[in-house]
Ligand binder design. Sequence first.
Ligand SMILES: Cc1cc2nc3c(=O)[nH]c(=O)nc-3n(C[C@H](O)[C@H](O)[C@H](O)COP(=O)(O)O)c2cc1C
Length: 297
Amino acid sequence: MDREITEKSQRYFMTSVSMITSNGSKGQNVMAAEWTMQISYEPKLIAVFIHESSSTLKNILETKQFGVNVASEDQTNSVNIAGGYSRKEIAKLDISNAFKLLKAKKLNIPLIRGCIINAECRLVLSKKIGDHVIIVGQVVYIRHDASKKPLVYHRGKYFRIGSPIDSFRQEVKINSDLFDLFSKCANGKFVFKCVGALIKSKNTLLVIRDTEPSLEIIPYFEPTRGHDYYDSLKRHLKKSGLLLTLKPKPFLKRLIFKNDQRIQRVNFILFHGAIKKIPSNFKWKLIKQNSLLRALI
Ligand SMILES: Cc1cc2nc3c(=O)[nH]c(=O)nc-3n(C[C@H](O)[C@H](O)[C@H](O)COP(=O)(O)O)c2cc1C
C-alpha cells in the first residue's frame, strides 16, 4: 500500500479526545489520547491505546489505575499541553494555567476539572497490539457534566460538535384509523420496523384487510428481532395462504406519519413479489387512491 496515501487516510478518522491521568513513582501525569472508547456496558469497560514510549503507560502498569477525562470544547489548551509534551520533559499537571484538578472519589489519581466525562478506572488488561498497547480499565466511578459539549478531533484540528442532522424520512399523511393501527403495532417504539411484500400489477397493488374491515394495506408483519427477514416473510405469507415468489433483494422505505400532534416513524423493508395463488381475503387496490401505497412503491 502507498505509504503517503495511508498516512493521509488515517487523518480522516474523527474522534473525541480524552486526557488520561495517572500517578506513579515519577509523579502524577496527563496525556492526550484520541484512541479512547467505551467497549462494554456491564461491566463498564474503557479501552485506551497508548504508545509504549509514553510515561503514562509506565504509570498505569505500575499502579493499575488511571483516569479518563473526556475533553470539552473549551479545553484545547489543556489537550495541546497533554499531547504535546511528555512527563519526561515537564510535570504537565503543575502548569497552573493549563489544568484545573479535581479530586477522585475512589482511586489515587488526579482528574481534570471542566471535562464532559471523568471516569476512574482500574486496569484489567494490557496487551501490545501493533505499535500501541491496549489498556482496558473497569470503571469504578464515573460522572458527567451535561452542560459541556465534547471536543472533536479531525485531520489534526479541533472542532465543535455541530447541530443534529435530521435523517430524511418521507412524510405521509394517513387517516386516523390507519395511524391508530400503526401506533398500536409500534406499541411505543420510536421506529416501528416491519417487513412487507410488494406485488404490483399495472397500476394496482395487492392489499390485505387488516384488523379493521375498512383498512387495506400491503401484506406486512413485524419481524422478530435477530431473525432473517426474507425467510420470515416467506413463512408469514405462506401462513396467510398467499403463494408467491419473492425477489431476494429488498429495498427500504423510511416513512413518518403525522396526525394532529402525533408522530410515528415506520420503516418498511420491502421485497418485490410475483403471484402464484391469491386467497379471497386479498384484493387489488389502485395505487393512486391511497397515500401510503403511493409512498411504498
Ligand atoms: C490530540 C492528540 C491525541 C493523541 N492521541 C494519542 C493516543 O490515542 N495514543 C497515544 O499513545 N498518544 C496519543 N497522543 C500523543 C501523546 O499524548 C503524547 O505522546 C504525550 O506526549 C505522551 O505523554 P506522556 O509521555 O507524558 O505519557 C495524542 C496527542 C494529541 C495532541
